[in-house]
Design a protein around this ligand. Structure first.
Ligand code: ARG
Length: 596
């Protein structure tokens, strides 16, 4: 179904062109205040200015608005859509939609599992680069935000009918692997023969006495300490990188072990979070290895990259520090890999749009990489979009840490979320069936963490607060999930009392029904907005309003006890409401239990 806004847009464009012979954007949007209008056009003010200049006569915006309104009526451009068109203030054109028309629209989407949401007429191939944890390091809260936001964006764009390719650009390559592999080798030998293989001295008293890479972080820390404290080990680590990069089987096998071990840590986190990233989405830095030499050579040949103090650098206007793509003495960098990735995504994956959801601290990196790729002509028919996000803060306003100041382990965070969620749910409903408790704690707890993130404009930092995210009041996951479960329970009660009459055109008699119906019919507009701006909080704000409008409706209008055809009509309205809530929550990646 066409959105209301686009239908109005078409009508207004025709009216403007008929009235003045010019093409202009009607500047339509949903009205800020439902009391005065449903939609509003703000075009008259700008049009008056244009017309004044054209005719050398002062033109009054209100008079312009009157003319547009007259053309709308004369040419019957709005058909049955509008009940009233009125002019307010300096020349705003207000549109009040007709309840009968709204009712017809609702009837038309009632049996559509997609709730009338169109699929893209010309589907795009969209690459979304998100999460990107680093090997042998703990996934941190930045990766949490990236995973949650990137996944929601992917779901929304996919729902529009585009072909989304998720890419997990994990940090699985680089000089640190020399250190890690050398250390692992050392451990393997220690645990076997006790003989140091390479004859180098290793720091004594190292906590590392066996190939204990299960605790990856401890492993990383220990090897880093060896690297910092022991020049001989450092030397060995450097030689190891060279062997790894030269493709030596022993080093490669150990590298793979470390990568596999890391994957064992983040896979269950994705599962728990409901983040759709699997092995098939993994395109780590190592994947681009064979392409890096050519990237540097091509950029040099084009004069985009230059030799600078022994290294190869790209100077981008507006930045003091260049983007380095080859170190002095050899070795490629983060930027080289990202340039290769763009090339791959454009040439091989045939992307029309490439989206990166990563920390705003990487803004400089992505701006430089995008500029270089564009200058090289590697990004010609593709839109490169960076959707950054701010920092997650603790309640003290400082970056989120544990009480002792350590980074928070995601697993612990998610455990705590589920534990607290269960408490909150049991407080509200102490008789909640034992058998479903684990599942509900999971849905609500994980939902709360995700929703708290997705309900804020991603650009700003946000304060992580257990109490706020787990309350049933306000724009939170439990509130939204509860609204959904409440409607589901109405249908459980309705089950014995007769079905909704088939092919029913609902009636929207009360202002509560009308307001709810209008909001439901805006869903597609909001999905479009999220996809354009890459901001899931628009969707959460929409769902929050939807839940609010449902509540006012339900408090004021009888449903099950009302007479037919009102009863069926209202059941239909809340069925569509429930499905809109469910679909919206799914697009955010939030579960919606039927009971809580
Ligand atoms: N591994 C990076 C980090 O932890 C994130 C990867 C972002 N993606 C990219 N194409 N650079 O910060």
């Amino acid at each position: 179904m066409q959105t209301i806004v686009s239908q109005l847009d078409a009508a207004f464009r025709s009216a403007i062109s008929a009235a003045f012979g010019i093409e202009a954007d009607p500047l339509l949007g949903a009205s800020q205040n439902e009391k005065f209008a449903d939609y509003q056009s703000n075009a008259a003010m700008g049009l008056a200015k244009v017309l004044s200049e054209k005719t050398c006569q002062k033109t009054n915006p209100r008079a312009v608005a009157e003319q547009v309104k007259a053309k709308l009526a004369e040419l019957n451009l709005l058909g049955e859509m509008a009940q009233e068109v009125s002019i307010a203030g300096p020349g705003f054109i207000n549109i009040r939609l007709a309840p009968a028309w709204l009712a017809k629209q609702l009837g038309a989407i009632a049996s559509d599992p997609r709730l009338g949401i169109e699929t893209a007429a010309s589907p795009q191939r969209v690459v979304v680069d998100y999460s990107g944890p680093n090997v042998a390091k703990q996934m941190h809260v930045g990766h949490l935000r990236s995973s949650i936001i990137g996944d929601a964006i992917s779901r929304v764009i996919e729902f529009q009918g585009h072909d989304v390719i998720r890419q997990n650009h994990i940090g699985d390559w680089g000089t640190q692997f020399g250190m890690l592999i050398a250390y692992l080798k050392y451990g393997l030998h220690l645990s076997g023969s006790g003989v140091d293989p390479s004859g180098v001295s290793y720091p004594t008293g190292s906590p590392f006495d066996a190939p204990h890479i299960q605790d990856l972080e401890a492993f990383y820390r220990a090897s880093k300490r060896a690297f910092d404290e022991d020049p001989a080990f450092q030397d060995e680590a450097r030689k190891t990188v060279v062997r790894l990069q030269g493709g030596q089987p022993e080093e490669l096998a150990l590298w793979k072990r470390i990568v596999d071990e890391t994957r064992r840590h983040y896979e269950p986190i994705y599962k728990r979070l409901g983040v759709k990233l699997g092995m098939e989405n993994e395109r780590g830095e190592s994947f681009y290895n064979p392409m890096l030499r050519r990237v540097v050579d091509d950029l040099k040949a084009k004069g985009i990259a230059i030799d600078s103090e022994g290294a190869v650098a790209i100077f981008v206007e507006g930045f003091e520090n260049p983007l380095l793509i080859e170190k002095s003495g050899g070795g490629f960098l983060y930027g080289t890999t990202d340039l290769a990735a763009i090339r791959y995504r454009v040439e091989k994956l045939q992307a029309n749009r490439i989206i990166y959801t990563h920390d705003s601290r990487q803004a400089q990196h992505f701006t430089q990489v995008f500029t270089a790729a564009r200058n090289a002509g590697w990004a010609q028919n593709v839109s490169l979009e960076y959707a950054p996000f701010g920092t997650m803060l603790g309640e003290d306003g400082k970056p989120f840490k544990t009480r002792s100041g350590d980074t928070v382990k995601l697993k612990d965070l998610l455990d705590e979320a589920e534990r607290r969620a269960l408490e909150v749910v049991l407080e509200k409903n102490p008789d909640f069936p034992e058998s479903q408790r684990g599942q509900i704690a999971h849905s609500v707890g994980i939902g709360a963490v995700k929703y708290a993130d997705l309900s804020k404009d991603r650009n700003s930092d946000y304060v992580f607060s257990w109490d706020k995210m787990l309350t049933f009041e306000g724009n939170t996951a439990p509130y939204m999930q509860y609204a959904h479960a409440r409607i589901a329970s109405i249908f459980r009660k309705a089950a014995g009392t007769g079905a909704i009459a088939p092919n029913l055109v609902p009636q929207l008699e009360s202002p509560f029904e009308q307001s709810l119906a209008k909001h439901v019919l805006r869903f597609q507009e909001v999905i479009g907005l999220v996809s354009r701006e890459l901001k899931p909080h628009h969707l959460s704000a929409y769902l929050y309003d939807l839940a609010g409008k449902f509540s006012s409706f339900y408090e004021n209008c009888e449903v099950l006890k009302s007479e037919e055809p009102t009863r069926s009509s209202r059941l239909l309205l809340i069925d569509i409401t429930r499905r809109t809530l469910a679909t919206g929550l799914e697009l955010l990646g939030i579960e919606h239990p039927d009971q809580m």
